[in-house]
Design a binder for this molecule. Sequence first.
Ligand SMILES: Nc1ncnc2c1ncn2[C@@H]1O[C@H](COP(=O)(O)OP(=O)(O)OP(=O)(O)O)[C@@H](O)[C@H]1O
Ligand SMILES: [Mg+2]
Length: 380
Amino acid sequence: MTRIGFAYNQKPDSPVGLVSAAATEPRPDEEPPSTSDVYAEWDSAETIDAVASALSAYGEVVRLEATEEFPERLRAERPDIVFNIAEGLHGANREAHVPAICEFFGVPYSGSDPYTLSLCLHKGRTKDVLSAYGIPNASFALIDSAASLDALLHGNSPLVARLSPLAPIFLKPVQEGSSKGITEKNLVRSRDELEAQVRFLLETYDQPVIAEAFLPGAEFTCGVLGNGSRARVLPLVGINFGSLPHGALPIYGFEAKWIWDTPSEPLDIFECPARIDPWLQSSIEAVVLRAYHTLGCRDWSRIDVRLDADGVPNIVEVNPLPGILPSFEDNSCLPKAARAAGLSYDQLIQSALVHAAERYFLDLDAPLSSRYSSLAESVA
Ligand SMILES: Nc1ncnc2c1ncn2[C@@H]1O[C@H](COP(=O)(O)OP(=O)(O)OP(=O)(O)O)[C@@H](O)[C@H]1O
Ligand SMILES: [Mg+2]
């Protein structure tokens, strides 16, 4: 029987960290406390159980929580393949740790390799690569210290030269996810606002800040499944900013994800499949697949796109470890896009496993694999 190692990080039961929107409840006018989102990217017991259950159709699932004991346990268990959703905890390469350890022990694993995971976690480096390949993304500057902030403000940066209410700048911590540190205050329209918010972010998140030209157009998040010429974009998820509270900015950031969207009052923020012109859909799919292949993504990913002032789709960021909350109410984008393509939650998870196994020419105990293949083809 195939032995499937399952690597994950589970949110602590009584965490310092964020469990759900309701658990933190900062007032909308408050700066979210920096410690409240420490575990925002880790998975709940419910997600971990749901993934394990989906994997179990293909073999015996060996749970390998990505704690300090992970290397010894992996070495002792030696599964045929590891299904990886572990986000890691420490450092700029945290998402790469589990895949790197798997490579060290020669154990096949699902998803992108350590290089791609580290690259995509760094929004600036990702944009350097995208730009080198001519893939549209917002112009940007990286600010790693008070000194580089001064240099940006007093140098001749074209980005800052254009800064105005009509050409605002959007700020982000360079290496976070789940909108940690991304609030409405990060949209700045003047040098004073830029300076104050960059200083706050540098101090709070202890990492460089990326300043980007604000992309004013519509936003989409796009699931991708598969590899090589068989990689497919799932039905697009459009972000419906009209569902945000009156006066909110058109940003899918911390407030929208963790304050305004609650289990009791969910926001109707996603439209899937997005109702857009076929030509726009094709151009979004094309840029998404270019980014996926160029950055070396494997098996699955979720890629955010926004239109610039000319309506051109720009890559906002690439998530090679996509969020996969199982329950319908959680409104998780990739499972939602998969559903629109006719794939159940289990089939989404199984498809990532099957694509990974195919890369290693590994035979799974595959009661459903032939069935999945036909569904995967239908996504085309
Ligand atoms: N250059 C930009 N112009 C306009 N809006 C932007 C820009 N960059 C980011 N945003 C807004 O901020 C949101 C969060 O940014 P981004 O997706 O980079 O962060 P994240 O925290 O990594 O997201 P995720 O939760 O998807 O991991 C985007 O969904 C988008 O609404
Ligand atoms: Mg995003």
